[in-house]
Write a protein that binds this ligand. Structure first.
Ligand code: GLC
Length: 420
C-alpha cells in the first residue's frame, strides 16, 4: 500500500517535471525600457526558455526615456534590491554603474574566453563596457542617429537628401511652402529635457571640431564653437523648419509624428525604421530614406553613439544563471534576431552584411561606418549631472526661456567643477 502511494507520488512528480513545473527552478527578472522593444525581448527570451527549461525569465518594462529608467533604477539599486537580475542600460551608463558597484563584473564568468568574446564586438561597444579593466556589461544592440526623411516628398519637389544644414533648411522650406499643409512639420530633434537632447547639442558641436573636454578630461567648452549649436537650432526654429513646440519633443514622439505623416525629417535612432515600415498605423511605409546627419560642411557629419547593454546586478541571487542569459542575449544570433524584428543595430560587424538583415533594413549596408565613427558622450561616473546640465539648458534655449548666451554660460559654470 505504502509502496503504491510512493510510486503514485513519484509518477505525479515526474509528469510535473516533464511539463516543466518542477524544472523551472530559477526565475530571472530582466529590466528593459519601453522604447527598447520589450515585445521583441519577450520573443527572444521565449527562445531561451525553450532551450533552458530550468529557467523562467520575466521581463519588467520601465519608462520610455533613458533618464526616466535610470531614475527608477537609482532607487531600486540604492536599496540593494535583489528583484532584478539583469538590467538593460544605456551606453552612457557603465562608468556610473561601475563606480556605484551596481554591476557584477563579468570577467571571472567569461574566464579564458574574455578577450576573444570582447574582440568580436564593434570596438566602441567593447570599450564602453570595459571600465577600469573590468567587464561591466555586454552589448545588446548598437545605435546611432541618422537623418530619416520622406523620400517621396523630397523626390516630388526635386530636393536632394541634404549634406549640409543649409541644404536641409532650404530643402525643407521648399517642400513645406509647396505642400501648404499646416500639420506638416519640417524637422525634429529631441528638445525636451531628456537624454536625447544632450545629443541635440553635441552633434553640431562635434561637426565643428568642438569637444566638451580635452584628452586630460578638462572642460573645453569655450568660444564661438560652443555657441554655434544654439545658433543652428535657433535659425532652424526661426525659419519655421523646427516646430515652435520643439522644447516639448521627446524621441518617440518624433517617431509617432513621422509615421503619422506629420513630419518630413527627423534626427533619430535605429529603432524608428522597423516601426515606420511595419506598424499598422504607419502611413509612410516604403517612403523613407535614411542617411548620415547633415553637417556645416558636406562630409563633416557627426552622430552620437547610442545603444543598450546588459548588466547583471550586484544584488542578484542568481548571478551565474543571469550571466548565461546575458551571454545568449549578447550573441550574434540574438543580434540578428533584433536587427530583423526591431531594426536594432548589430553589435557584431558581420551581422550588418547578413542577407536577411539587409532585406529587413536595406540602409544597414551603409550604416556600419557611421556606427564605427559615432562619438561618445562624456564617459564619467557623474554622467547624470552632466546630462542634466546640458539637456536642461538646451531645452530652456529651445523653449525661449533662456538666451543662447545665458544657456551656454550656465552650462559652462556648472560643468567646469565636474571636468577640472
Ligand atoms: C537611444 C540611444 C541611447 C540614447 C537615447 C537618447 O535609445 O540608443 O543611447 O541615450 O536614445 O534618447
Amino acid at each position: 500500500m505504502k509502496k503504491t502511494l510512493v510510486t503514485a507520488l513519484l509518477g505525479a512528480a515526474l509528469s510535473m517535471a516533464a511539463t516543466g513545473d518542477l524544472m523551472a527552478q530559477t526565475t530571472l527578472r530582466i529590466f528593459t525600457g519601453g522604447q527598447q522593444r520589450p515585445d521583441v525581448m519577450k520573443q527572444i527570451v521565449d527562445v531561451y526558455m525553450q532551450r533552458n527549461p530550468g529557467v523562467k525569465v520575466e521581463v519588467e518594462v520601465g519608462g520610455a526615456t533613458s533618464e526616466q529608467q535610470q531614475q527608477y533604477l537609482n532607487t531600486v539599486l540604492a536599496s540593494r534590491d535583489s528583484t532584478l537580475d539583469v538590467v538593460l542600460i544605456d551606453v552612457i551608463r557603465p562608468a556610473q554603474w561601475a563606480a556605484a558597484q551596481w554591476a557584477e563584473p563579468l570577467d571571472s564568468y567569461l574566464g579564458a574566453e574574455k578577450d576573444a568574446t570582447m574582440a568580436r564586438y564593434v570596438a566602441a561597444y567593447r570599450e564602453a563596457n570595459i571600465v577600469n579593466g573590468k567587464v561591466i556589461a555586454l552589448p545588446y544592440f548598437a545605435d546611432a542617429q541618422f537623418l530619416y526623411y520622406r523620400k517621396d516628398l523630397f523626390e516630388k519637389h526635386g530636393v536632394q537628401p541634404p549634406k549640409t544644414w543649409t541644404e536641409l533648411r532650404d530643402g525643407l522650406k521648399k517642400i513645406m511652402d509647396a505642400e501648404k499643409n499646416p500639420n506638416l512639420s519640417g524637422f525634429q530633434t529631441a528638445g525636451a529635457p531628456i537624454e536625447g537632447t544632450v545629443c541635440t547639442y553635441l552633434v553640431p558641436l562635434w561637426e565643428l571640431g568642438g569637444q566638451l573636454t580635452d584628452a586630460s578630461g578638462k572642460l573645453t567648452l569655450t568660444g564661438e564653437t560652443a555657441r554655434k549649436p544654439f545658433d543652428l537650432w535657433g535659425d532652424l526654429k526661426s525659419s519655421g523648419v523646427l516646430p515652435s513646440n520643439i522644447a516639448e519633443i521627446v524621441t518617440d514622439r518624433m517617431r509617432q509624428n513621422y509615421q503619422a505623416g506629420n513630419l518630413i525629417s527627423t534626427m533619430n535612432w535605429g529603432y524608428v525604421w522597423n516601426r515606420v515600415e511595419n506598424d499598422a498605423d504607419s502611413v509612410v511605409k516604403g517612403k523613407t530614406g535614411v542617411v548620415p546627419m547633415p553637417a556645416y560642411e558636406a562630409g563633416k557629419s557627426a552622430t552620437c553613439i547610442g545603444g543598450w547593454q546588459l548588466a547583471v546586478t550586484a544584488f542578484s541571487k542568481n548571478k551565474a544563471e543571469a550571466v548565461k542569459l546575458v551571454r545568449f542575449l549578447s550573441s550574434p544570433e540574438v543580434s540578428k534576431m533584433q536587427a530583423i524584428l526591431a531594426s536594432h543595430m548589430p553589435v557584431f560587424p558581420e551581422v550588418y552584411t547578413d542577407p536577411e538583415v539587409l532585406k529587413a533594413n536595406p540602409w544597414f549596408k551603409d550604416a556600419l561606418p557611421v556606427v564605427q565613427t559615432a562619438r561618445s558622450r562624456p564617459v564619467t561616473p557623474r554622467y547624470n549631472e552632466v546630462s542634466e546640465i546640458i539637456r536642461t539648458n538646451m531645452n530652456a534655449f529651445l523653449a525661449g526661456t533662456k538666451t543662447a548666451d545665458a544657456a551656454l554660460s550656465d552650462m559652462q559654470s556648472r560643468l567646469t567643477p565636474i571636468f577640472k
